[in-house]
Write a protein that binds this ligand. Structure first.
Ligand code: NAD
Length: 511
């Protein structure tokens, strides 16, 4: 473990506030955050939390750096992101391993998360030459009208524990080519990954003889997170986390008329029709519901299955679940690691009990696995007669609820009858059914897949969801527009002043 930490520039105790190259600040009065390995309960390291003094230093540096960075032509900003992508490539394995160690996801998923960070850097490099604005035809003769996009300012990025790196990269790579500086408040559960990433950005900023573009503030949500949310110097807060915290953040930022990008919880379902390919469905459900121990925002939590195949599918799923090896996420054979902490385990066990108290039938799992470690649980399948209020909640754990349906319309209604609207999928071999699911009356989610599970989105598309998921979009497509301010420009190149809508406003000196 020590050699891994060394490779990533980490020590036993690390500073948690940074405003750029060589900019680590001591936080004498800030307190310490302890990072523990959820697999063993051992301490991996500690990080100093940002104090109010270091907060001010970081914010003023990020604001000052913004004034310089916004003047750098965006294709040149892209060069820095190209080098960031390459630096992440060099650190693919160790950073992936640290994510697995600190968060508990299996190594291929940890490495995959870093790959996603690299992919978004590549995307952002191309984007740096494509921050296009539209040109419009003016209704007035001799007038030209167009829109241009300017950087918005230092952007606050607050992230969740389950993806300690990728959501930072989705925000940071795009915001940086847009000309913004970034102030990151990572989850207090995964602070070492954040410090390791900051070390990588420090090296890249130093190579470019710049500082203050990527900044870090380690600390608790209600203290440092809250301060950032209330800070008027931050025009945009991009928040990834639970619906309950997101609701508070959204209200507070709205009170100061700031902007938010909200990426909140999901309660994702797969509809399985009578003509679905069962082999494909089983593989997708297994990855979607067991992957990351059910701790992905896009985890498959509900399965809505045609009644004619529900028993067959359940049998196949039980068989597949029984083959899942549970254990140390760094072992090659492991498919499911631990839950992140005791709170997550007890939330899961409470949900299982509530489901059983409400006519649920336990088909698989439902228990702790203390022989492996205190945070290990069995992936769980519960058959429900109907979609109860419990099923409509996001329990951040590997519980899969199975309901059945007769008519596609009922399946789509059940699918949409939850407060969240992140990811959705249908398994079918009938094109009409697939198109029905994708039509305006079909899935109400931000992501809708056909014959692909709910988790594992690519960076090229805009990522995010509707309803209680918050409505934000990050990553690919035109999500970059969220990190810039739009300016509509009209130029009159004549000696006349025609008014729009044909209004005549003539004084006595005119005809
Ligand atoms: P959380 O809401 O507990 O914490 C998220 C972040 O908010 C952390 O950095 C935390 O310190 C901070 N925070 C807490 N209180 C705050 C406050 N008052 N002001 C400002 N910041 C505050 O979420 P979590 O348990 O870390 O993550 C799991 C949740 O995140 C799940 O609901 C999951 O679905 C969601 N999530 C969503 C996405 C997405 O893209 N939609 C991605 C990952 C996770």
């Amino acid at each position: 473990m020590q050699s891994l930490l060394q490779k990533l520039g980490l020590q036993a105790n690390n500073r948690g506030s940074c405003f750029g190259s060589d900019g680590w600040i001591s936080n004498d009065d800030g307190g310490l955050i302890i990072s523990t390995n959820p697999t063993t309960g051992e301490i991996i390291g500690t990080v100093e939390t940002a104090s109010s003094k270091s907060y001010e230093q970081v914010l003023s540096e990020a604001s000052k750096s913004f004034l310089e960075w916004r003047e750098v032509p965006s294709p040149q900003r892209g060069q820095l992101i190209r080098d960031l992508g390459n630096a992440l490539r060099e650190n693919l394995e160790p950073l992936g391993e640290l994510i697995s160690l600190e968060m508990g996801k299996i190594l291929p998923e940890g490495v995959g998360e870093v790959q996603e960070m690299i992919d978004i850097c590549d995307f952002a490099v191309g984007l740096s030459r494509q921050l296009y604005g539209l040109t419009m035809h003016s209704e007035r003769p001799g007038h030209r009208m167009y829109e241009q996009w300017h950087p918005i300012g230092p952007v606050g990025v607050i992230t969740a524990f389950n993806f300690p790196g990728a959501p930072w990269a989705w925000n940071a790579a795009i915001a940086a080519v847009c000309g913004d500086t970034i102030v990151w408040k990572p989850s207090e559960i995964t602070p070492l990954t954040a410090v390791a990433i900051q070390n990588i950005t420090n090296q890249v900023m130093a190579e470019h003889e710049t500082r203050g573009i990527f900044n870090l503030l380690v600390g608790n949500g209600p203290s440092i997170g809250q301060t950032l949310v209330d800070d008027k110097r931050i025009p945009l807060i991009s928040f990834t986390g639970s619906i309950s915290t997101g609701r508070k953040v959204s209200k507070q930022v709205a009170t100061r008329l700031g902007r938010t990008i909200l990426e909140l919880g999901g309660n994702n379902a797969i509809i399985v029709t009578q003509d679905a390919d069962i082999d494909l469905t089983v593989k997708a459900v297994l990855f979607g519901s067991v992957g990351t121990a059910g701790q992905r925002c896009t985890t498959t939590r509900r399965l809505i299955v045609h009644s004619s195949i529900v028993d067959k599918l359940i049998n196949r799923l039980i068989e597949a679940y029984a083959s899942v090896s549970i254990g140390d996420p760094l072992d090659d054979n492991t498919l499911m690691g631990p839950m992140v902490n005791e709170g997550a385990v007890s939330n899961m066990l409470n949900a299982v009990q509530r489901a059983l108290d409400n006519d649920g039938i336990l088909l698989y799992g439902g228990k702790r696995l203390p022989e492996i470690g205190s945070l290990f649980v069995e992936p769980t399948i519960i058959r429900m007669r109907e979609q109860t209020p419990l099923v409509c909640e996001e329990t951040f754990a590997p519980i899969l609820y199975i309901m059945d349906y007769e008519q596609l319309e009922d399946a789509i209604n059940m699918h949409n009858s939850v407060p969240q609207g992140l990811s959705s999928a249908i398994f079918t071999s009938n094109i009409n059914t697939a198109e029905n699911f994708l039509s305006v009356g079909g899935s109400d989610c931000g992501i809708a897949n056909v014959n692909i599970g709910t988790s594992g989105a690519e960076i090229g598309g805009a990522f995010g969801g509707e309803k209680d998921t918050g409505g934000g979009r990050e990553s690919g497509s035109d999500a970059w527009k969220g990190y810039m301010r739009r300016q509509t420009v009209t130029i009159n190149w004549t000696n006349d002043l025609p008014l729009s809508q044909g209004i005549k406003f003539t004084g006595t000196e005119q005809d």
